[in-house]
Each structure stands twice: as structure tokens, then as C-alpha cells.
Design a protein around this ligand. Structure first.
Ligand code: GDP
Ligand code: GDP
Length: 437
């Protein structure tokens, strides 16, 4: 199910990233424990009153000089307007309404997106009157918040969630594998789509005003049905967008949410960059099956070690995704292209794999016998029972005497044992420890 996107927009220094961090705070802490997951985040996921959403901080662009400020603000607003389902328009109670706020408001007014005005830096209740002037923006009741004190954020999320539209979802049958291709501009996403479709068919180009429509392309090969998610997004071009990582990321994360299998494209010619990690990290967190596709392999000068060296590089950079297979190919010459779809099928099966409870328990008991669980102050973790509670991704619950005794490293050890027995190739496996009731 695709998650709606909430974007935070506003001029620099109003406190966007402070609020963003507050909203995703807890989750961030969990993710950051894991090696290889990158720290500088552009988006995160949150949940409020049972509604899951993605949230994007559109700020963080380096700027100096008034013109540059306006350029960056305008760009953020454009991105948000295009991709978000609800916009949090943030202003600053301390500095009051400024010219730059008005500029942002003008742009937002033209959109038909729901907007919530958040007045930040209302650090004490005596200053609540400071919010009245923001009624002038014309977006209804402003909400007083304080990022510094974590105040009013619940009210803000209430208001934002209330304005989220019901998302209409294209429905595909269970036997259709939904594939998203992600990667930075020019890595070869649209070329690979064309190559997979087997014809030089130019995928839908954008018609002004319809940019939000994700256009999917279905096809069938060897009796298996596939649909390529958001092929329209891949064709998107424009100076503003090309230059911003945020744009590609927002678009990519929407596609990822709707996919079963994510092809993480890497430019074989240029190697791995930070942005590749951001995007791959999102596929991992979203619980999707993933494959690294090293494209442009035709232009890489090779000897018998090159492929292995590139594999090592990928493993070093993506420590959190050692489960993802790697396919080298060329979308342009179609060299090795035939290797891709069988791997897509395979990881899709693994993503939906369900292991019988008794087999799982056997593997975990053996693992525990070889390497006993951690103990703390004389109490030792005891795992009583293990069961797989979900697929896509496979999700395993360990019932134990005291979940607090579980360590990340021991969980990782069990995951490795479980993978050694059942593979789960290409898919993340989620493991939770719960108290035996
Ligand atoms: P952004 O540029 O919009 O992302 O703004 P930041 O989140 O980086 O915040 C800009 C400055 O405002 C930082 O120095 C924050 O510490 C400060 N700030 C953020 N929220 C509050 C708040 O609620 N009250 C006060 N007094 N300062 C805040
Ligand atoms: P996108 O922005 O990710 O959709 O990338 P495109 O598919 O538009 O490709 C960007 C450029 O890379 C184009 O000039 C393509 O012709 C080129 N390209 C794509 N795939 C390959 C490949 O496998 N080998 C080579 N040599 N060039 C490629």
C-alpha cells in the first residue's frame, strides 16, 4: 500500500529540520544503529493515529544571498506541490510574517494541495497571540508549535492527517510482480525499461499538469506477468528537478512503496555515490525485495576480476543489504539482459516465502545451542518459541522471557542462521522479540 507524503515547506531557519527530526525521531534511532545506513536523511516515515505516512523535509539546500534564498524556496515549494499529498507550511513566530513567507504562500495558493500552517518557535503559551497574523496567509487556522520544546506537534499531525486524501490505488492481481526501477538521473532507468519491453518504445512523456499521475507499464514474459511502476516518473526531465536529489528521492520512494521488487540501478561506469545509498536504504526500510543492477557494463573496461571487484565494492557500501543479488548488464546493448528477469522472479518468491513453524524452531534452537543468548545482571534471554507472522517481507517473531535482553548483534546472528537455512535471498527479514504471554 502506498503511503501518503507529507512535505514540510518554508523559508530557511524557521525550524523545518527540527520538526522533521521530532516527527521521525524514534524510528531514526532504530535505523541508525545499523551499520551502513546513512545519517543525513531527507525523508522518513512516521505514523500517527494509525495512519502511516512518509515525511519529507524540503529544506537543507545551501544558499546565500537573497536571490538564492528565493530560488531555493521556490524550488522546494515546487517539489512539494508536485509530490506531496499534504503540505506543512512552516513559519516563524519570532520573526513574524516575512516577504519570503508571502512568496511561498503565493506558490502554494496556486496548488490545490491541502495546506496546514505551522507557526514554529511559539516557545511559551504567553506568546500564542503571535500566531494571529498568520491567518493573513489564507490557509485557515495556523497551529502553534515549538520544535524546541516538542509542543503542539500532536495537534499539527492531527491537522495534517485529517487533510490526507484517500489514496486511490491501482489494483494488480497477486500473480503480477510489481517492479520499480530506481537510481539517480542518467543511470539508465528508461533505457532499461525500453530494453525490458523489447522495443524502442519511448515511454510516456509528460503532459503538463498530469505530472502526478504515475503511469505503470505491464508486460508478460515466459508466462510471468510484471508491471513496471511509475514509468512516467522516469521520463521526467527539467533543470529544476534533475539537479535536486530530493526530487528523485521523493519520486523513487513513491514507486518503492508500490513495488514488490526494487531494481537499484548503479552506474557501472561511474561507480557508487551517496545518493545510491539513500535510495537503496529506503527500499530496505520499506521491506521490499531488492536487486542491484549494475548498468552500462558495456563501457566498463573489464578483465576477469572486474566483476568480482565491483561486487566487493557494492557489499562494502551497502552493508545493510548483503541479501540483495547483483546483476551486471547493459540496457543499451542488451548484453546479459536475459539474466535479470529470472532473478526478479526468484527474489519475488523469496519475498513471499513462508517457513513452517517447526522448521523455524529447529533452526533457532540449534543456533541457540551453538551460541547461547546474551545475559544481563544474571538474567539470560530465553527464546521459547519462534514463528513467522508475515510475508513481503518475511517477518519473524521470537517469543522470549525478556525482550530487553535481546541485542542487535544476537538478532543479527539469528538472522544469519535463519538465512543459512532458508535463504530469503533478495529480501529483508524482519525479526522482532516479544514477551511470551
Ligand atoms: P530549517 O532551516 O527550517 O530546517 O530550520 P532548523 O530546523 O535548522 O532551525 C533553525 C534554527 O531555529 C535552529 O537554530 C533551531 O535550533 C531553531 N529552532 C527550531 N525550532 C525552534 C523553536 O521551537 N523555538 C526556538 N526558539 N528555536 C527553534
Ligand atoms: P535515466 O535518467 O535513469 O532514465 O537514464 P536514461 O535511460 O535516460 O539513460 C541516460 C543515458 O545513458 C542515455 O544517454 C543512455 O543512452 C545511456 N545509457 C543507458 N543505459 C546504458 C548502457 O547500458 N550503456 C551505455 N553505454 N549507455 C547507456
Amino acid at each position: 500500500m502506498s503511503k501518503p507524503i507529507i512535505a514540510i515547506v518554508g523559508r530557511p531557519n524557521v525550524g523545518k529540520s527540527t520538526i522533521f527530526n521530532r516527527i521521525i525521531g524514534d524510528r531514526l534511532a532504530i535505523v541508525e544503529d545499523k551499520p551502513g545506513v546513512t545519517r543525513d536523511r531527507l525523508y522518513g516515515s512516521g505514523e500517527w493515529n494509525g495512519r502511516a505516512f512518509s515525511i519529507v523535509d524540503t529544506g537543507g539546500i545551501e544558499i546565500d544571498g537573497e536571490d538564492e534564498i528565493m530560488k531555493s524556496v521556490r524550488m522546494q515549494a515546487e517539489l512539494a506541490v508536485e509530490e506531496a499529498d499534504v503540505i506543512i507550511f512552516m513559519v516563524d513566530a519570532k520573526s513574524g510574517l516575512t516577504h519570503a513567507d508571502d512568496e511561498v504562500a503565493q506558490m502554494l495558493l496556486r496548488s490545490r494541495k491541502p495546506i496546514v500552517v505551522a507557526v514554529n518557535k511559539v516557545d511559551n503559551l504567553n506568546r500564542r497571540d503571535d500566531i494571529y497574523e498568520f491567518y493573513n496567509l489564507g490557509f485557515g487556522d495556523p497551529i502553534a508549535i515549538s520544535g524546541a520544546h516538542g509542543m503542539g506537534i500532536g495537534d499539527l499531525l492531527d491537522a495534517a492527517i485529517e487533510k490526507l486524501p484517500e489514496i486511490e490505488e491501482e489494483h494488480y492481481d497477486d500473480d503480477v510482480i510489481r517492479v520499480a526501477l530506481i537510481g539517480r538521473p542518467n543511470v539508465g532507468k528508461s533505457s532499461l525499461v525500453n530494453a525490458l519491453l523489447g522495443e524502442e518504445r519511448v515511454i510516456v512523456s509528460n503532459v503538463a499538469g498530469t505530472t502526478r499521475d504515475a503511469i505503470d507499464t505491464p508486460f508478460e514474459r515466459d508466462g510471468q506477468k510484471y508491471v513496471l511502476i511509475d514509468t512516467a516518473g522516469m521520463r521526467k526531465r527539467g533543470k529544476v528537478y534533475e539537479s535536486t536529489e530530493k526530487y528523485s528521492v521523493m519520486r523513487a520512494l513513491k514507486a518503492i512503496e508500490r513495488a514488490d521488487v526494487v531494481l537499484v540501478l548503479i552506474n557501472g561506469e561511474e561507480g557508487i555515490i551517496e545518493q545510491d545509498k539513500h535510495i537503496a536504504g529506503y527500499a530496505h526500510e520499506a521491506g521490499k525485495a531488492s536487486i542491484f543492477v549494475v548498468n552500462k557494463w558495456d563501457v566498463v573496461e573489464k578483465d576477469d576480476k572486474t566483476m568480482h571487484q565491483f561486487e566487493t565494492k557494492i557489499r562494502d557500501h551497502f552493508l545493510f543489504m548483503t541479501y540483495a543479488p547483483i546483476v551486471f548488464l547493459s540496457a543499451k546493448t542488451k548484453q546479459r539482459l536475459h539474466k535479470l528477469l529470472p532473478v526478479v522472479c526468484h527474489v519475488s518468491e523469496q519475498h513471499a516465502l513462508r517457513i513452517q513453524t517447526h522448521l523455524l524452531n529447529d533452526v533457532v534452537s540449534d543456533a541457540v545451542a551453538i551460541n547461547p543468548p546474551p545475559s544481563d545482571k544474571g538474567r539470560r534471554l530465553r527464546i521459547n518459541y519462534v514463528t513467522q507472522v508475515a510475508v513481503k517481507p518475511p517477518t519473524i517473531v521470537l517469543f522470549a522471557n525478556d525482550p530487553d535482553l535481546m541485542h542487535f548483534s544476537y538478532e543479527r546472528y539469528l538472522e544469519n542462521k535463519i538465512r543459512a537455512a532458508f535463504q530469503f535471498e533478495g529480501t529483508p527479514v524482519r525479526i522482532f522479540t516479544r514477551k511470551k504471554s
